[in-house]
Design a protein around this ligand. Sequence first.
Ligand code: EPU
Length: 317
Amino acid sequence: MTGEAAMTRAQIRDRASAIAAEIGAGVVLDAPLGPLVSMRVGGRAAALVQPRDPAMLALAVRRLHAEGVPCLLLGGGSNLLIADADLDHAVVQVAAASTTAAWNGCTVRAPGGMPLALIVSEAIRRGCTGLEWAAGLPGTVGGAVAGNAGAFGGEIASSVREVAVMSPRGDVRVHAPADGDFAYRRSFLRPGDLVLEVTLELSAEDPAVVRERTADVNRRRAGSQPKGGHSSGCIFRNPPGDAAGRLVDVAGLKGQRVGGAFVSPAHGNFIINDGTATATDILELIRLVRSEVEQRTGVKLELEVQIWPPGAEGETP
Ligand code: EPU
């Protein structure tokens, strides 16, 4: 990525606009990113590129990379915290290119940018079991695979049969996951990899049973996780053998506030933006929680959410 440091924001805007025009994608210059992420904070991208279909998406990433434009891929924005300062990057909106999924019995092939919720609801309708744990989860199926999303004893890794991945250089490979490709909230995907397509294999089941299991997950989620407010789900990974939320709780930090950001009184691993928070408030609260939890319990919590610009994690001790 040698050419990147030299590229000015104006050059990024110009090149991204030219590439978008050439391939027929939409583009917004100096686009605010806050509205596109569930935490509702973040600065502006130099350019937001909006491909209209998966082929255009692949082309956009290839062309931006070939021209040395620093580039980030934005999925559903539900597990992402973006700093307040403007980003000197082109951001490609992957979800803008999602189309419909192809079902064959209980096997489904879906574009990476498709909201996972659409697949979950169709699975219920068709009587396909395996994704009930994901009821109520935001984000895209590609993002779920990249971070091995999971809840209530399930995780996406159990259903993934094939993933078509494009590297930032534009090489596409179809990967059938094997042992070791997924771990707790981790996958074989590397930063900058684009999930073009995911094939999930579910199993046939009585639709009434699938509906009841889904309702159970919804009840459990409603009973243990906050409702309302802007958040990005759990902020920290669970440390081995424990729960980050429990540690935050025993450290007495529920309700702790920095500016417009506070630790949810319902669950210690959620930080909520009351609508007035900046990313700086949230990062400051993360710092405070990590340091208090470490002091009181000796456990150093690791972030589960991604932070942009990449590398800003280093600023949260
Ligand atoms: N707990 C507390 N206080 C709290 C929160 C939790 O004592 O404030 C205790 C609970 O009583 C329980 C234990 O900690 O004994 C675990 O809590 P919970 O069942 O709520 O699950 P979790 O480990 O905190 C994980 C995932 C969630 C997922 C739930 C449901 C992580 C970091 N979190 O939370 O995922 O929805 O299980 O299964 O793995 C996410 O990924 O964004 C996320 C929210």
